[in-house]
Design a protein around this ligand. Structure first.
Ligand SMILES: Cc1cc2nc3c(=O)[nH]c(=O)nc-3n(C[C@H](O)[C@H](O)[C@H](O)COP(=O)(O)OP(=O)(O)OC[C@H]3O[C@@H](n4cnc5c(N)ncnc54)[C@H](O)[C@@H]3O)c2cc1C
Length: 560
């Protein structure tokens, strides 16, 4: 942002208030300041310029270029404040130009060693890009379709209730994140360079605003294009991407990976390809991959995760609550929330909140219901949805009769299948008004259901009876607690849709903390969310990069 038109700004004397007098003058002609002002005013250039000049301790006339480099909101009270970090330059000086990243990997030499990457989600794609950086040839094997074709498979779910087990909301080019809200937050600050991952997304077409927003997101409409550009760059540099190819076996000899086998879905042909290094980035929903490894006797561990429901409210209600009744205007984004509490020592929390979003049918097999949420880049749908989930662990699935490393997965499958059966064995999902779910000791079936964004449709069911008590009970208490914090949350038109069950992987594939290889199979690198090493787009991408950096190190040592 630049106040290039000197004329537009009134010459204003320093304000005779203490805040200004106390403010230290920036001595250097280039610097950085923080401004904090009502968000509605921050959207007005002249007012912002004055605020920036004040923050620098300069007269408005002294202010030259300025550029917002970090945008945060303080919505704790009305009016909602913009808290922005701004780079500033005095008149006569210019801010250094921002170099927007471009992707420019040199083509691979014909000698480049191959790395097999199974899965083209964020972990697999970033692993492939890192291979190119390291002079390794990525060979991506992806069971699902390329983004365009994949869209047709999504329509078949919503319109015909037909789930293609290889191409759906979780499987296909770009992985589970392709048709998502594209939130790019991660709690991890250790797993690599977040900034460079964001810059990489910008290089492939994401809005540079993601480098500035404190809570960046991309949106379902923008993600496919970005992912397609990544794939094109990978192929142009000499990598390979094989869609419609489901990995069906990994061959090893003497504790080292030796070859991969995949099924070419269009021909039914099984293809075998030798390999010395394989990155397994198959995500949290590839149950066949966990079963394959379990069948081979390779070490796996059950991992705690969370199950619950998706709740949906009118977005306008969430805006009113979060912005304290202030008009949202076009200067505030659709509001979000984050809720968390403990019920008898068990965590209950909101998950993957999608402001202005849609509840998506995310089953990966025909006989199950799975929900999640997505939003377009503008987040301009009239609904706000979020997962509301209960932390579950071995105590819960063992009580239900499931044991061993796949105990959590079996419990997850049981819940998803029960929801499918209860709602009529289509992709319609069982649902209930929030207030009916909370009613009395047992809940009550809703007489009717409010309009809901879940396109395949919803069926009125008492979720208190349908969900295992180990989930339903803490969920009831958790939702009541959220209602005490935010009374409007218990709105008569709020609806619960079940189940939200793919919050993270129910299985961990162990890996050596130093080499990142599976402890029993050298050259085999579990990666991303499926291995239990990520919990979202950004952390999966960072893990893909990290794994290949380790793998390349080993490879270069071997060459010496
Ligand atoms: C609807 C939805 C919304 C979401 N919203 C967000 C969000 O806003 N922000 C966020 O951070 N996260 C979000 N997530 C979660 C996020 O998408 C995942 O955390 C992330 O994609 C994990 O990346 P990954 O690469 O580890 O695995 P995945 O993205 O799951 O990719 C795994 C890939 O492996 C392929 N595969 C699986 N098995 C095989 C096989 N046998 N052979 C070949 N290929 C195989 C799959 O087809 C898939 O493409 C959302 C998920 C969904 C479903």
């Amino acid at each position: 942002m630049t106040n290039s038109t000197g004329k537009a700004h009134r010459k204003r004397k320093p304000r005779a208030n203490h805040a200004f007098q106390d403010r230290k003058r920036l001595d250097s002609p280039l610097g950085q300041v923080e401004v904090r002002l009502p968000a509605s005013l921050a959207a007005q250039h002249e007012i912002l310029a004055q605020e920036v000049a004040d923050a620098a301790g300069w007269l408005l006339d002294e202010l030259g270029d300025f550029r917002v480099v970090r945008k945060n909101l303080d919505a704790r009270r009305r009016p909602v404040k913009a808290v922005w970090t701004v780079d500033v330059a005095q008149q006569g000086h210019v801010l250094p130009a921002i170099e927007f990243p471009i992707w420019n990997a040199a083509p691979l030499s014909s000698e480049a060693p191959e790395v097999i990457i199974v899965g083209a989600g964020p972990a697999g794609l970033f692993a492939a890009l890192e291979c190119l950086e390291q002079g390794l040839r990525p060979i991506i094997i992806e069971r699902g379709a390329a983004v365009r074709q994949r869209r047709r498979d999504l329509v078949r779910i919503t319109q015909d209730h037909q789930v293609n087990p290889d191409s759906n909301y979780c499987f296909g080019e770009g992985g589970a994140g392709t048709y998502s809200d594209g939130k790019l937050y991660t709690r991890s600050h250790k797993r690599g360079d977040i900034r460079s991952a964001l810059e990489c997304l910008v290089a492939f077409g994401a809005d540079p605003a993601i480098l500035v927003d404190a809570h960046p997101h991309i949106g379902t409409n923008k993600l496919p294009g970005i992912i397609q550009s990544m794939r094109e760059a990978i192929v142009n540099a000499g990598g390979e991407v094989h869609f419609g190819c489901r990995m069906v076996d990994v061959l090893e000899t003497a504790g080292s990976v030796k070859a991969i086998q995949w099924l070419e879905l269009s021909t039914g042909r099984t293809v075998e390809r030798a390999c010395e290094a394989m990155v397994l980035a198959t995500g949290h929903s590839a149950r066949d991959v966990f079963l394959l490894m379990h069948g081979k006797g390779w070490k796996l561990e059950a991992k705690p995760f969370a199950i619950g429901v998706r709740v949906e409210h009118p977005q306008s209600l969430i805006d009113q609550v979060q912005y304290h009744g202030e008009e949202r205007g076009d200067w505030l984004p659709p509001a979000s929330y984050k809720l968390v509490c403990q019920v008898d020592g068990r965590g209950v929390h909101s998950f993957c909140m999608c402001p202005g979003g849609i509840i998506a049918p995310c089953a990966t097999e025909q006989e199950q219901i799975v929900t999640n949420g997505w939003s377009p880049s503008k987040r301009d749908n009239p609904y706000a949805n979020s997962g509301m989930v209960v932390q579950i662990d071995h105590e819960i699935w063992e009580q239900a009769g499931f044991h061993g490393p796949l105990g959590g997965l079996d419990f997850q499958r049981m819940v998803e299948q029960a929801c499918w059966a209860a709602a009529g064995k289509t992709q319609r999902a069982p649902a209930q008004r929030l207030l009916d779910f909370l009613a009395g000791d047992e809940g009550r079936v809703s007489r009717d259901l409010p309009v809901c964004s879940y396109v395949p449709g919803v069926v009125s069911v008492n979720l208190r009876e349908l969900l295992p008590a180990s989930i339903a009970k803490p969920l009831v208490e958790g939702l009541r607690a959220f209602g005490r914090k935010m009374p409007e949350f218990l709105h008569p038109d709020a609806i619960l849709v079940a189940p939200e069950s793919r919050t993270s992987s129910p299985v961990r594939i162990p890996r050596d903390s130093d080499t990142l290889e599976h402890p029993e199979v050298s050259g085999f690198y579990p990666c991303g969310e499926g291995g239990g090493y990520a919990g979202g787009i950004l952390s999966a991408a960072l893990d893909g990069t990290r794994v290949v950096q380790k793998l390349a190190l080993k490879h270069s040592l071997k060459q010496v």
